[in-house]
Design a protein around this ligand. Sequence first.
Ligand code: AMP
Ligand code: MG
Length: 304
Amino acid sequence: MTDMETAATILLGGGLVAFPTETVYGLGADATDDRAVARIYAAKGRPQFNPLISHVTDVEDAFALAEFPAAALTLAARFWPGPLTLVLPRKAGCPVSLLASAGLPSIALRVPQHPLALELLRAVGRPVVAPSANPSGRISPTTSQHVREGLGDKVDFILDGGPSAVGVESTVVSLLDDMPRLLRAGGLAREKIEDALGQKLQAPVAGPLHAPGQLESHYAPRAVMRLNAKEWREGEARLGFGALDAPLNLSRTGDVVEAAANLFAMLHQLDNANSSTIAVAAIPEMGLGEAINDRLKRAAAPRA
Ligand code: AMP
Ligand code: MG
């Protein structure tokens, strides 16, 4: 097998592959596989579920995942492939893992420019989520050597494509309301985007759809949450973990990676069951347990 075939096979099997893009090396997983997406957070050691960027081969593939307002069409036509990420409304039936959107109704999309990244995406035939391939809080990797030093055997395969040309992350622009907003400065200059749009980019709104730290006020379940349950009480909707079982159990074997993969879909399901309270079994504060508990605490926080 060529390295490209190996990389595609591992991704399709739910594994993690670091691959070169023109911005930095990405840590890739099949975006439609909850479990593979959960493994990304585990490998990076992220204490929170920040939403991830889904990478696609071209704008037609992107149309299957998100709604494209006029400004998004303009930017995609002008700057894709390239170091620009668009945050857009998720399309109904979008197959990308809810975990990759951190439970939000939006999705971040990019068509990378690096020939090996594009070849890999074509070989996989599915969207690939890829945050920078570094441990959380560390400097983004621009060579395969950086990836090896930072992630070691947490990554199943590294596709080597030499040093990244741009060297900084993509620029992130949100098109979720009538004002285009710059969420993150990056490899594509603000001025170029403003020229293409014929208008200035606004600052992010401090609010649920834009600041990952504040997602809770919008995406909290309607029900009251009782966390760290040690036993079940009458009349509550139940979310089990390990031995504290229920019809919906994040992981019967007590595996926090499996629990992360199930978290958002199960929370949505329980919230739709219309109980006044959702009880959630205690999750150990180990590995991804920290990010799961962070998200649960946000969901349980008093509403704004
Ligand atoms: P990284 O994974 O390091 O490339 O960073 C991804 C960037 O995209 C972060 O700044 C995220 O907050 C941002 N992002 C991804 N998806 C969304 C979304 N649905 N809404 C807002 N920001 C997003
Ligand atoms: Mg990063």
